[in-house]
Design a protein around this ligand. Structure first.
Ligand SMILES: Nc1ncnc2c1ncn2[C@@H]1O[C@H](COP(=O)(O)OP(=O)(O)OP(=O)(O)O)[C@@H](O)[C@H]1O
Ligand SMILES: [K+]
Ligand SMILES: [Mg+2]
Length: 694
């Protein structure tokens, strides 16, 4: 994994300076409008106001001590969130500097005659660009906005966004056409169609994300918040109803004591850390160069059990190159090469361009001028073919090239014969992991297959080991590809996926995901192409490769800046760690509160006639009732600070089954939660006895 240049080192540790720096923000967050979003802490804040008023009216060391520590409890809770948010701020700053304030070279066109347009360049600020504007970017210039390359090929330096310094190729036509505003073109010239409005670019979204401004509570977080709020209501009722009983026993309690009791009982610890845990999860993904555009997706990632990947550009490098022309018997090699080149002259896909190039290397150089009144048939994922219709020396002619089955059908439909040999050729190319494209012509002599083009692609290195890791995590991998079954089988075997689906159209990919979801599976999908977009949108976790088309990036809910399909392993780990951390700290918090109840109630009623039985519960032998209560409140506040690093770093996660993790959690954090207050409160009480008046 590459380290983003402006990325901090040792992301898991909390720098004490960071805590200090976040203090003012924590105090600002005391505003009730902010606090109502955290119901448990809102109750603590209200309690702090009550005890402060009562301390003013009826001052004592005890009442002031409690008031001060209650306020500290709320500040500490806000501190957790402020520290979590603060960690993204520096990164956001450096991204802001990257955001381009460049001047764009916008193309303006007007119609001169029926079929001719005149183009003119104008210089406008990047901020004025709108979707469907066309801009020119040349070597040395900054891409002024997000868009799609519609003409040309260029090497682009994307390090400003991805942190990766090796240049990448961006080109028109294929699945590597997306460019991001703020990146720099290193060579050549491209024309870009702008796809996003100023202020809504990828970089803007990235800034909002690392700053946490766009973060919304996830469904799980909302549910937990409701649970915590309900618990709080129950405890409020319990404490309020305690007073009549205490009065009946002749020991009415002060407001300060009642508020203190309430605060120790309600789940303040998890209430304080909940949002920091969520922010930290998103942050951990940013550290791994993944932008999660929804918190829900991060949670879902923790439970994913099926991963769908497309082949070209995701499992393979995606730069399918023509390697050879394989003619059928009786057809000259150069005739096939010529036909293949003619059909590709306007095919702006990488495949198309590489066919033109290969034919040129065989000495065949055709130009658009050779195609009188030619009509180009562009490639589509549905037809899996492309080609051209034109007139040649007065004769009408059609050429088609494409997936074996698609071209065979085309030939058969037009009344031609498909020689058995065509099947052998495509099969032998496919069995090798290559992609065969059959080439066929239709002219006055009839319809026939000329041969095949052998397209070669390379499986990304090291991918098989990573898929084995996914298997160990209980995740099934399925490759879905538009390619033929034999190629799919060969690549599937080489990459080590569990299953594959060949000849898949965008609809098939989508259907396969719905099918998996109907079977109760949580599905992740990684892809880069426009033909992956529907599937990326349907998947619970849709990870788009940053190299991909803007349609793919819009459809997914995560973008991997490294365009590494096995990144999902890390995404799943972060998701699991998020869920486990939240579970562990909730367990700890609730067990803690139960233990505090036993520490504080006996002390409160110690020595009260009729409640002597409770005295026996005072196993801790605390100094005095006031000291016991104050110690519990101090402990309650300090626990929050002590757990901030754990909330931000996440509970240690080692891949193992869900029930092993659950058991481990319950024992470590449940037991820890029960024992910690007895030790902590006793220690604080030992100090508290030296405070005069306690
Ligand atoms: N430019 C082209 N002209 C004609 N046929 C093509 C062209 N590009 C690809 N094909 C054929 O169409 C098939 C489907 O292509 P598509 O892009 O939908 O899927 P893919 O890239 O092979 O797979 P994946 O979905 O894994 O990216 C290819 O396998 C190939 O046989
Ligand atoms: K508490
Ligand atoms: Mg693809």
């Amino acid at each position: 994994m590459n380290a983003r240049k402006h990325r901090r080192v040792g992301g898991g540790l909390v720098d004490p300076r960071q805590i200090l720096a976040s203090f003012p923000e924590a105090v600002r967050k005391l505003h009730p409008r902010v606090m109502v979003r955290h119901p448990v802490l809102f109750v603590v804040e209200a309690g702090s106001v009550l005890t402060t008023v009562s301390a003013v009216l009826d001052p004592s060391v005890f009442s002031w001590l409690i008031s001060v520590w209650l306020w500290l409890t709320v500040v500490f809770a806000n501190l957790a969130e402020a520290v979590a948010e603060g960690r993204g701020k520096a990164q956001a700053e450096s991204l802001r500097r990257t955001r381009s304030d460049t001047v764009a070279r916008r193309l303006r066109s007007w119609r001169v005659s029926m079929d001719r347009r005149e183009w003119e360049e104008e210089r406008v600020p990047a901020a004025d660009l709108r979707p469907y504007d066309f801009v020119v970017v040349e070597a040395g210039e900054t891409v002024p906005g997000d868009g799609e390359v519609v003409d040309g090929v260029a090497a682009v330096d994307e390090s400003a966004v991805t942190g990766e310094s090796a240049p990448v190729i961006r080109e028109a036509g294929g699945d590597r056409s997306g460019v991001t505003g703020g990146t720099t073109v290193l060579s050549d010239r491209i024309v870009v169609r702008i796809t996003s409005r100023a202020g809504h670019t990828f970089l803007d979204r990235m800034i909002a994300l690392v700053e946490g401004t766009s973060r919304q509570k996830t469904p799980n977080e909302l549910a937990l918040n409701i649970l915590l709020a309900s618990l709080t209501v129950v405890f409020i009722l319990a404490v309020v109803s305690l007073q009549p009983m205490a009065e009946w026993a002749g020991a009415p309690q002060t407001i300060t004591v009642l508020v203190a009791l309430l605060v120790t009982l309600i789940p303040t610890t998890i209430g304080a850390l909940l949002s920091a845990i969520g922010i930290a999860g998103m942050d951990r993904l940013v550290q791994r160069n993944v932008l999660a555009l929804s918190g829900r997706a991060v949670e879902a990632a923790g439970d994913v059990n099926t991963l769908l990947l497309d082949k070209t550009g995701t499992i393979t490098l995606g730069n399918r190159q023509a390697a050879a022309f394989v003619p059928v018997q009786g057809i000259a090699h150069d005739l096939l090469a010529d036909a293949a080149q003619l059909s590709s002259l306007s095919d702006e896909t990488p495949e198309g361009r590489s066919i033109v190039g290969l034919a040129e290397r065989h000495g065949i150089r055709r130009h658009h001028g050779d195609l009188a009144h030619g009509r180009f048939v562009p490639f589509s994922a549905q037809t899996r073919m492309s080609g051209v219709d034109f007139a040649f020396e007065g004769e009408f002619c059609r050429i088609r090239k494409g997936a074996g089955s698609a071209v065979m059908q085309w030939v058969a439909r037009r009344g031609g014969q498909v020689p058995e040999e065509a099947g052998w050729i495509t099969d032998s190319i496919a069995a090798d992991g290559g992609t065969p494209l059959l080439v066929a012509v239709e002219d006055p002599d009839g319809v026939r297959i000329l041969g095949a083009v052998h397209l070669k692609d390379v499986v990304k290195p090291g991918i098989a080991e990573r898929f084995a890791e996914l298997r160990a995590m209980g995740i099934k991998t399925v490759m879905v590809t538009g390619d033929n079954p034999l190629t799919a089988k060969a690549i599937a075997a080489e990459a080590g996926v569990d299953d594959y689906l060949a000849e898949a159209t965008p609809e098939h990919k989508l259907a396969r995901i719905k099918e998996e979801q109907a079977g109760g599976n949580l599905v992740a999908m990684t892809g880069d192409g426009t033909n992956d977009a529907p599937a990326l949108a349907q998947a619970d976790v849709g990870v788009a490769m940053n190299t991909g088309t803007s349609a793919a990036k819009e459809a997914g809910n995560m973008v991997d800046l490294d365009s590494n399909p096995t990144k999902l392993i890390e995404i799943v780990e972060v998701g699991k760690q998020l869920l486990i951390t939240r579970g562990a700290l909730t367990t700890f918090s609730i067990c803690n509160d139960v233990a505090k109840y036993f520490a504080i109630v006996p002390a409160m009623f110690g020595g009260v006639a009729g409640y002597e039985g409770l005295e026996k519960l005072n196993v801790m032998g605390l100094h005095s009732p006031t000291s016991a209560i104050a110690s519990a409140i101090v402990f309650n506040a300090l626990v929050i600070v002590a757990l901030i690093p754990l909330a931000l770093r996440g509970v240690r996660y080692a891949p193992s089954s869900a029930h092993v993790l659950l058991r481990r959690n319950l024992s470590v954090y449940g037991l820890g939660g029960l024992v910690a207050p007895f030790v902590g409160i006793k220690l604080i009480d030992l100090l508290m006895q030296y405070v005069p008046g306690m």
